[in-house]
Design a protein around this ligand. Structure first.
Ligand code: AMP
Length: 350
């Protein structure tokens, strides 16, 4: 059986084809600079053409879709209705969902009979209780405008849960952990009895931890001050908070390997601010969970930086908690989700 995983972004497309059940990677390709001036790849159709893959030969294609809103609580088989629903969610993920849809549509066009499955970054957090996902804003803004915490990195947190449960020798549904996906984008998740019950990213991936270029939590009035007093446009504020802040804004670069090597004050401060934010989330989630089997470190920083891990856990309270380092594998999680959808489909058809 052949299963492909596609991560279709606005200007890049990652494609991996797996032979299952062996897990052998048959094709691994990355197409970049899609639609950029001077690029030979004008659009997603050309990007997918450039892979030279016969999609009719593939049993299932799993797509990473960033936003599933409140509608999608699990991975689903893609049909016309699902495509419309992903389209309806574009206002919530204006950069990501259109690119994800492009990938889906091109493959539908090229191989209409090939099964496609959408795996949503938000779906793992569908179990958040209301007190975790409703913001203290006028309630109509939740009901009418869909403003709420959604959470992201769901495939990674879901994978880490499965792996952590196995390492802890516990059933998934009895596992209580705090997962830290610390990459260029970063989020924390409180998992109670195998279910996401709080997470640090919110309405968008901007909230929460200090990231490579995103600020994470700030006083929202700062955004208004930037507009009203500093004269920045809404787009400039967006760009500042998402692309010029975080570690990059604090010390001029966002590669933790380089920042760790530096001995200047600003580099040290950037890491201290990042570590303190992580500790604050762990503290908050310990209270939410009441019982914590382990803190799980993952993502490029969590997996590789013993400096960051030790700084985070070097605390009187945290010293008594087990910490695990698990290499995340979002592709494998997407494959597992595809297999789950295919199995359920067979059961429904039987
Ligand atoms: P990701 O987004 O998960 O690929 O993670 C990217 C981040 O991981 C970057 O900030 C890298 O600096 C960081 N990273 C990768 N390798 C190391 C390492 N050996 N030590 C510290 N940070 C690392």
């Amino acid at each position: 059986m052949k299963i492909a995983v596609i991560n279709s972004g606005s200007s890049s497309l990652k494609f991996k084809l797996f032979e299952m059940p062996s897990g052998r990677v048959i094709i691994n390709k990355l197409v970049e600079h899609i639609g950029e001036p001077n690029s030979s790849v004008k659009n997603h159709f050309e990007a997918i053409e450039s892979l030279h893959v016969n999609f009719a030969d593939i049993d299932a294609v799993g797509h990473r879709v960033v936003h599933g809103g409140e509608k999608f609580r699990n991975s689903v088989l893609i049909d016309d209705e699902v495509i419309e629903a992903i389209k309806d969610l574009i206002p919530l993920a204006p950069l990501h969902n259109p690119a994800n849809l492009e990938g889906i549509k091109v493959i539908r066009h090229k191989a209409p009979d090939t099964v496609q499955i959408a795996v949503f970054d938000t779906a793992f957090h569908a179990t958040l209780p209301k007190e975790a996902f409703v913001y203290a804003l006028p309630y109509e803004m939740y009901e009418k405008n869909q403003i709420r915490r959604y959470g992201f990195h769901g495939t990674s947190h879901a994978y880490l849960l499965q792996e952590a449960a196995a390492l802890l020798n516990k059933k998934v549904q009895e596992t209580n952990i705090i997962t830290l996906h610390l990459g260029n984008g970063a989020s924390a998740c409180a998992i109670k009895n195998g279910k996401s019950c709080d997470t640090s990213m919110g309405f968008t991936p901007l909230e929460g931890l200090v990231m490579g270029t995103r600020c994470g939590d700030i006083d929202p009035a700062i955004a208004l001050f930037m507009q009203n007093e500093l004269g920045l446009s809404a787009d400039e504020v967006d760009n500042t908070l998402n692309k010029k802040s975080g570690l990059l804004g604090l010390c001029g670069e966002n590669d933790v390997r380089n920042i760790e090597r530096r001995s200047d004050e600003r580099a040290k401060l950037a890491l201290d601010i990042m570590v303190r934010r992580i500790q604050k989330y762990i503290g908050a989630y310990m209270i939410v969970l009441e019982e914590v089997d382990a803190v799980v470190f993952s993502g490029g920083i969590g997996e590789n930086s013993s400096y960051v891990r030790e700084k985070v856990m070097n605390n009187k309270i945290l010293k008594n908690i087990k910490s695990l380092v698990i290499k995340t594998n979002e592709e494998l999680q997407i494959i597992n989700e595809c297999l789950w959808v295919l199995k359920n489909r067979k059961i429904t058809q039987a």
